[in-house]
Design a protein around this ligand. Structure first.
Ligand SMILES: [Fe+2]
Length: 297
């Protein structure tokens, strides 16, 4: 018996195919596509699961990196704070040593820093001089104001500590303390041009003896041409000097001192700043009393 032969032409194919070979090809293609799809799906699902694993890993790595960065930033911030505090303490001790020559209580610079910060905070609350008084202004002026009389280092004892009034020539020498302070601090400011505290210290040292009407020294500036920080310092410095005993005067009461400050509104002092003083004068008295007591204890 003959071996049966594969005879596709003998099969009764459905009439949908035009030719037997084409029909088989369609069937093979159909199965091949099915196989491809299932393989493809399996592959995609494996890839997806792999991807989600990698993605989880990446998320975890990112989280760890963020935590690390935050810890690093915190560490840097702590270090900057520490260095800054150490620098401020050094500056403070140098200023205190200089101030000790003509300040019996030793608390003048602390009190003036407090008055300056008080005025600056009140200006900030009122939105007054908002082009200058930003969030940092009160803190900066508190740190910079102790530098106001740094130039007195260059004034000899016979003038600085002279009991009674100075002669005209002696007063001319005394006036140079603002220039000495300016030159000392300006050389530092040149090295650190971005440092607001030093920049403000330069302004205050140079212009705190100016008067609103232009009759002060050393530059004879008037009105808003005098930097705001120096205008604030002027009130703080004068109020504290009035309240304190000096070689040439007794200590005045709060009322008498306030009266003198108010009388200087628009002549010696910026009228807006005197208004702030008037509204908060009890706080000035509190600062004086509080810090005088702590200095005496
Ligand atoms: Fe001064």
């Amino acid at each position: 018996m003959d071996k049966p032969q594969w005879r596709p032409d003998a099969i009764d194919y459905p009439s949908i195919a035009g030719a037997p070979d084409e029909y088989l090809k369609l069937l093979f293609d159909f199965f091949a596509n099915q196989v491809d799809d299932s393989l493809q799906n399996e592959l995609i699902s494996e890839l997806m699961s792999g991807y989600s694993g990698v993605s989880r890993l990446l998320e975890e790595k990112n989280r760890m990196l963020n935590d690390y960065n935050e810890r690093l930033e915190e560490l840097v911030r702590d270090k900057v704070r520490e260095i800054s505090a150490a620098q401020m303490a050094t500056i403070h001790s140098l200023v205190k040593s200089a101030e000790a020559r003509d300040d019996n209580t030793g608390a003048h610079i602390e009190r003036t820093a407090m008055y300056c910060m008080l005025i600056a905070e009140k200006l900030y609350e009122r939105g007054k001089y908002e082009d200058v008084v930003d969030d940092f202004f009160p803190g900066n002026i508190a740190k910079a104001s102790p530098l106001h009389d740094i130039g007195k280092i260059g004034i000899r004892d016979s003038i600085l500590l002279k009991p009674g009034n100075l002669t005209r020539d002696e007063f001319e020498v005394m006036k140079t303390h603002v220039r000495i302070g300016y030159e000392t601090l300006a050389s530092v400011a040149k090295l650190y041009p971005g440092n607001e505290f030093i920049r403000m210290g330069v302004e205050i040292a140079m212009y705190h003896q100016e008067k609103w009407d232009g009759s002060g020294y050393l530059s004879g500036l008037a009105g808003e041409a005098i930097p705001l920080s120096a205008r604030i310092m002027a009130i703080a410095d004068v109020y504290d000097a009035l309240r304190s005993k000096r070689t040439y005067k007794e200590a005045y009461s709060h009322d008498k001192s306030s009266e003198i400050i108010i009388k200087g509104r628009g002549t010696h002092f910026d009228p807006d700043l005197v208004d702030v003083f008037i509204e908060n004068r009890r706080l000035f008295a509190d600062i004086f009393d509080g810090l005088s007591q702590s200095a005496d204890e």
